[in-house]
Ligand binder design. Sequence first.
Ligand SMILES: [Zn+2]
Length: 157
Amino acid sequence: MNIRIGLGFDSHSFEEGKILKLGGIVIDFPKGLKGHSDGDVLLHAITDALLGAIDEPDIGELFPDKDPKWKGANSEIFIKEAVKRVREKGYRLVNLDCVIIANEPKISPYKEAIRENLSKLLEVEKEKISLKGKSREGFCKEEGIACFCTILLTNEG
Ligand SMILES: [Zn+2]
């Protein structure tokens, strides 16, 4: 079986008055995430895992934050491009496992909506996507959200 594994990581600190989005879902919270695009840390980590699995340049190389084109950009653009490249190389997703590290907000009320949206973006069944929230427990000094994810791809079946 020809398989490829991808690992993604991203972190952003909070910014007052910005809309918080995780996995493309708007979260009811007074702060958003700092960043050139919409700051969707989960979509950025998944995009990087997809790109890493197929040996493509990472998100920062494909969508440089110095490029004004990506200012305030919807991060769904990034993940869609990564999914397209995965397809072009003949791979499909076996499963995705994500950890969102945040002391606040609580992820659990949004978990199903996020999985639903990710399954649309990745064009796979929701059952192939796992998502869990963890508190920071001292990891990262600055207030914000970090995310790790691993992805498995295959070019069979
Ligand atoms: Zn990011």
